[in-house]
Design a protein around this ligand. Structure first.
Ligand SMILES: NC(=O)c1ccc[n+]([C@@H]2O[C@H](COP(=O)([O-])OP(=O)(O)OC[C@H]3O[C@@H](n4cnc5c(N)ncnc54)[C@H](OP(=O)(O)O)[C@@H]3O)[C@@H](O)[C@H]2O)c1
Length: 280
């Protein structure tokens, strides 16, 4: 059973010019209202983008003017409904892409399909994730492969496949980590280790892919409870450990993603906890 989340604990092709990274207005496409749509002309791929936090990120980036590639595995209906809604507001601005991220050989094709559809890729959001408890003594190789496969291996191989295009567009990789990549979540050693690996991957890729590509991560705290439900008493306990005494909303994460995408041209290799102060 998958559990989420025990927070205990236009396409317009063109050769980008190389300009200083401190330019205040990074958008180069002529815009009638660039302030309202800072991501116009950009394309974002959000893995696991059909539901929950991924959907919120898709909506925010799209509202900022980006075209969006909504990746999904099982949630094809949700992805189709979402892109229909977004295309109704801007025709041709959203498309859905199915792929099991555990199939590592399929990952370059996912990137290629997105670039073929939109003509470019500027923002890769590695959001998709599996999540399950793995108490020591019960851990199976299958669980390990699933948790590390979605939370670390797929982000790495998607990033590698996307790197040439992201260099060309001077783009962004944004990884959805977890505060438990920094402080382990009880009974979740494999998930916690995979997210810790994702945090190191973020910093490492920031070095490897600079100066053309920025690479950052968001580390959410308690935002959406596990889909299977969570004991209300435990929810209260978790919330009590936050400085802000409440859970976050999906849009808290999405707004942070938008910040990295639209307003942080000199920020790379960073991990921003969006956790209501849980990690203090
Ligand atoms: N929710 C929180 O409060 C919280 C807290 C800390 C960190 N995070 C992190 O934030 C991100 C989003 O959280 P979330 O709760 O919204 O995630 P989620 O609902 O648990 O998972 C997001 C999506 O991942 C996709 N996915 C899982 N395994 C896959 C596979 N093998 N191949 C392709 N797609 C796969 C699923 O897509 P389909 O539905 O299409 O199958 C799923 O909808 C995750 O990286 C998570 O670790 C979330």
């Amino acid at each position: 059973m998958r559990l989420r989340y025990l927070a205990i604990g236009h396409a317009q092709r063109g050769t980008p010019t190389r300009e200083p990274t401190h330019d205040i207005a990074p958008m180069r496409e002529p815009m009638s209202n660039a302030a309202d749509f800072p991501l116009a002309g950009r394309c974002a791929l959000v893995t696991g983008g059909a539901r929950r936090l991924g959907e919120a990120i898709v909506r925010r980036l799209h509202a900022g003017g980006a075209s969006v590639a909504v990746h999904h595995r099982s949630s094809g209906d949700e992805a189709d409904n979402l892109i229909s809604e977004l295309n109704a507001t801007r025709s041709g601005s959203a498309a859905a892409f199915a792929c099991d991220l555990l199939e590592v050989a399929a990952l370059p094709a996912l990137i290629a399909d997105v670039v073929a559809r939109f003509g470019r890729l500027d923002i890769l959001v590695n959001n998709a994730s599996s999540f399950m408890p793995t108490p020591v003594g019960t851990i199976t190789a299958e669980q390990f492969d699933d948790l590390v496969g979605t939370n670390l291996r797929a982000p790495l191989f998607l990033s590698q496949a996307a790197a040439p295009e992201l260099r060309r567009t001077r783009g962004l990789i944004l990884n959805l980590a977890d505060i438990h990549g920094m402080r382990p979540l009880r009974a979740h050693p494999v998930y916690s280790a995979a997210k810790a690996g994702l945090i190191m991957l973020t910093k490492s890729l920031a070095r490897e892919l600079g100066p053309d590509v920025r690479v950052n991560a968001i580390a959410p705290g308690p935002v959406l409870w596990p889909e299977g439900g969570l004991d209300p008493a435990l929810q209260d306990e978790i919330v009590a450990k936050t400085a802000l005494k409440r859970t976050g909303s999906p849009d808290d994460i999405a707004r942070t993603a938008f910040f990295f995408a639209a307003d942080a041209p000199y920020v790379t290799g960073q991990v921003l906890a969006v956790d209501g102060g849980r990690g203090i």
